[in-house]
Ligand binder design. Structure first.
Ligand SMILES: [Zn+2]
Length: 736
């Protein structure tokens, strides 16, 4: 989601929280931010829309039970473009009416009116989200390509409405502010801030320069992404059948298919992407080929010529710095962190630098273990970056061997879903009742719906939609999304939340068995859904997320997968019904700290580089030299590279939401580890009722109605303790 629009309802409620599988979560980062790369284009407000709107089901109010539900059974792609146009036109008219109101600005006629605007577009964007993620096809992608820039332009029109901003400012600075409830004051601030941070306070030449910088940045960031893509497509290594030693059969088959797709029948393609590079480096016995694949991958965007990104980085950093200065900040990082939980670049840096020391020390231990194996094999080599994954895998097999097929037999999809319901009942007081097929419309027969109620009172909370299986046109990975957020200011609206994944449906009557990673991801995404469902906020904007905080709730929920009641009652063998053996559980727990030196260090090197780039004076910067010197100064071990080297660091140079924000994953990890320790130490453990109440009240239900740092203190009685993370990763505690 683009930071520019966090307070505007239409983008807020439609924004998907997308979590890619494999544990790591990139919240909305890829799918969102159409504003970042859009060329403004004139709005088209055809007069024929009035006619089209009358019978366009996508524009209709949601009707039926449960406060009304989306008409997923009547989605007509032909209606999407006119519905978007009508929705945007309606919202702009609403905004204009607010801006032109002759009455003096008040909370009610300005802020609440803004919260009320855009309902129709919200509904249309829900359908857009389904087509985009669950039911995509070429026709939709054509519409998406045409409409994404127009949606971006529409949002810019709102943030640049000077008369509207003057009214918002008047409320923010006026006498009424002090008389408002705390959540209302925060709402005013969130809206004021999102306008002010995005140039609404600028005038004259500064305003023009601001707009010109944004336009140039959008162009540079798009080119950056396209250059990385070009180098991913342009460097493919083709193998013959004598070069496959060590590779798993499934990987060999996928490589053969990838080669055939590229017209190299009978060969095997190692493409220049993480999903190809990572397993190849883990398993291939061919050291020279490992080096070649490694070099291709880590040189993306850094090969000279037309796809080289170094000059783009230098210009992007200079422009971001200039724009931050226009807004009154001494660096881009200060502007970016101000409304996040970390609040300052210094606090984010302090966290990263503390973990860095322990993480690098662990790398040296890991390398020593790997060198010992290489020496014992008489490999005659010194561990190089293209050997790390390969020898780490040998260490893993020797020390932590987990047989994934054995483990799967205890991981049945239906039982895991029941386990999640059990956890939600114990912690959140939620009960889940399946609705009969046809009770509410769904967009595919695979989708099942549950009503969520409060166990203690029987009150209706919302609906939970589950779309579990892979199909053509559905994006990969797993994610959660909200079709409707909770609010009360205009009458109560209940939550419609969903979880989506890509399991392979089993034969009829057979249970679907899934991997440990997938089970963890299932709990993770359910954490996002519980975060939606437990919301008790009054206003739509207060459901919004804070970048370095929104993954915390979902990461925390993963911890309940390994609690005793779940292990004993739900992780049971699909034939015998026997609980998973203690010895297997013990091995899962031990494996958690495996290779933490590598994964933490490669991540932190990128996160530290990100923050350095965005705090220095970038004038005259040579990214290549800067990267090399910074890594040397940090003491980066020779045996591994940054997870994302600068010329390919799309998180921070293809868009802005993660720029000076890549630290956010670690920030959320500290909160997760610290909150998990609170449960581990509570009298009732992970099911301690008093702590569960605090968890729901302070960390879930308030969403963004309370500053996250304050909310965490209300839960824990103090700030999160970094040492909890160190213990969690098996790192020594630093002396203070
Ligand atoms: Zn997530």
């Amino acid at each position: 989601m683009s930071p520019k629009i966090t307070s505007l309802r239409s983008s807020l409620l439609a924004a998907l929280i997308l979590c890619l599988a494999l544990g790591a979560c990139d919240t909305g980062e890829k799918a969102a931010d159409p504003a970042g790369s859009a060329e403004p284009e004139a709005m088209h407000q055809g007069i024929e829309q009035g006619q089209a709107a009358a019978d366009n089901g996508l524009l209709a109010e949601w009707t039926g039970l449960y406060g009304g539900v989306p008409a997923f059974d009547r989605m007509e792609l032909g209606g999407l473009k006119p519905a978007l146009e009508a929705g945007m036109a309606e919202q702009l008219a609403e905004i204009d009416a607010i801006a032109a109101d002759p009455a003096p600005p008040t909370f009610a006629n300005t802020i609440e009116a803004l919260e009320r605007a855009g309902r129709t577009l919200d509904r249309v964007m829900t359908y857009w989200g389904i087509w985009s993620s669950n039911l995509s096809n070429p026709e939709f992608r054509d519409i998406q390509q045409e409409m994404a820039p127009r949606l971006a332009d529409f949002r810019t029109k709102i943030t640049q409405n000077a008369a509207l901003f003057e009214r918002i400012r008047a409320v923010y600075e006026g006498d009424e502010m002090a008389t408002l409830r705390p959540d209302q004051q925060r709402l005013v601030w969130l809206i004021y801030d999102s306008f002010a941070r995005n140039g609404a306070t600028l005038e004259g030449a500064a305003k023009e320069r601001y707009a010109a910088i944004n336009q140039r940045l959008a162009e540079l960031q798009t080119r950056f992404a396209n250059n990385v893509l070009a180098d991913e497509e342009g460097y493919v290594v083709y193998l013959d059948e004598t070069q496959l030693a060590g590779l798993p059969e499934s990987f060999v088959q996928a490589s053969a298919a990838a080669a055939a797709e590229r017209g190299h029948d009978g060969q095997y393609a190692i493409t220049n992407t993480r999903s190809s590079m990572d397993p190849f480096l883990t398993f291939s016995d061919e050291r020279a080929l490992r080096e070649q694949v490694w070099r291709n991958y880590y040189a993306r965007g850094d090969n000279g010529g037309e796809h080289d990104n170094n000059a783009l980085i230098a210009e992007i950093l200079v422009l971001r710095d200039e724009r931050s200065e226009l807004l009154g900040y001494d660096s881009f990082a200060r502007w970016q962190t101000e409304n996040r939980m970390a609040k300052t670049p210094e606090r984010a840096l302090e966290l990263m630098e503390t973990v860095w020391q322990a993480s690098v020390a662990r790398v040296h231990e890991e390398v020593a273990d790997m060198q010992a194996i290489a020496d014992a094999d008489e490999a005659g080599l010194t561990i190089a970056p293209w050997d790390y994954r390969y020898y780490a895998e040998k260490v893993r097999r020797a020390r932590y061997a987990l047989d994934s097929d054995e483990l799967k037999q205890y991981l049945q999809l239906d039982m895991l879903r029941e386990a999640m319901f059990f956890v939600a009942g114990e912690l959140f007081d939620f009960g889940f009742t399946p609705l009969p097929a046809g009770a509410v419309p769904v967009f595919h027969p695979d989708v099942k719906v549950w009503e969520v109620t409060r166990n203690s009172s029987g009150d209706h909370v919302g609906l939970w939609y589950l779309d579990p299986f892979a199909r053509q046109g559905k994006r990969s990975g797993a994610w959660a999304s909200g079709y409707r957020g909770h609010e009360t200011f205009d009458g109560e609206r209940t939550v419609l939340a969903s979880n989506n994944s890509n399991f392979i449906a089993g034969a009829a009557g057979e249970p679907v068995l899934i991997s440990w990673d997938d089970a963890t991801t299932l709990f993770h995404e359910f954490g996002h859904a519980l975060h939606y469902l437990s919301s008790n906020v009054a206003y739509p904007t207060l459901n919004s997320g804070v970048r370095d905080y929104t993954e915390f709730q979902s990461q925390l929920l993963e911890r309940w997968l390994l609690t005793d009641p779940v292990i004993d009652n739900y992780l049971v063998h699909y034939r015998s019904g026997e609980p998973i053996p203690d010895e297997l559980v013990a091995r899962i727990k031990t494996a958690k700290t495996f290779n933490q030196g590598f994964s933490t260090t490669e991540y932190l090197a990128s996160a530290l580089m990100d923050m350095r780039y965005h705090t220095i004076d970038p004038a005259g910067l040579d990214p290549d030299v800067f990267e090399r010197e910074t890594l040397a100064e940090l003491g980066m071990p020779d045996e591994l590279p940054m997870r994302h080297r600068s010329p390919q660091f799309g998180h921070i140079f293809s868009g802005e939401s993660y720029a000076a924000g890549y630290y956010g994953y670690l920030w959320a990890d500290v909160l997760t580890a610290d909150a998990a320790e609170a449960f581990a130490a509570a009298p009732g453990g992970y099911y301690d009722q008093e702590l569960a109440h605090k968890l729901v009240a302070h960390l879930f239900a308030v969403r963004n109605a309370v500053d996250p740092a304050e909310a965490y203190r209300a839960f824990r009685g103090r700030d999160a303790d970094l040492e909890a993370l160190m213990r969690d990763r098996g790192f020594p505690i630093p002396e203070r």
